[in-house]
Design a protein around this ligand. Sequence first.
Ligand code: 5GP
Ligand code: ZN
Length: 134
Amino acid sequence: MDCIFCKIIKGEVPCSKVYEDDDVLAFLDISPNNKGHTLVIPKQHHETILDIPDELLKKVIMLVKKVSIVLKKDSDGINILQNNYKPGGQLVPHIHFHIIPRFENDNHKFEWSHIKYEDGEVEQYRQKIENLLK
Ligand code: 5GP
Ligand code: ZN
């Protein structure tokens, strides 16, 4: 399989590793939004958060928290991003969490536009999602 993160895990492609154990790996993003931007991945290949087994996801998210605590020591805030599928901005199809240290006045902005619900629509969405979660 032609997965860049699997190649990093196998040692076929180098990375700036900050932590690894049997199940998970953390390394610096090659193209950081801020210095220290870290990626946390499972060693097993799963494409998205919808695919990864819960027990493995728990290990990944615990490392995300640990990395966040460390990065916060030298920063003012933290963004945790996790993109799924191409329309969701996922470029590497091996689940990963971005942990991005943020600084006062680092001038990054989320350029997300906001939309409004039509009358009654919010309740339709609420009901549909609530039912599917049962
Ligand atoms: P995505 O858009 O899939 O959420 O983010 C993929 C991230 O992986 C990007 O931030 C990109 O810079 C990073 N990335 C892609 N290829 C490599 C690589 O070979 N090494 C490292 N360290 N990061 C990579
Ligand atoms: Zn992979």
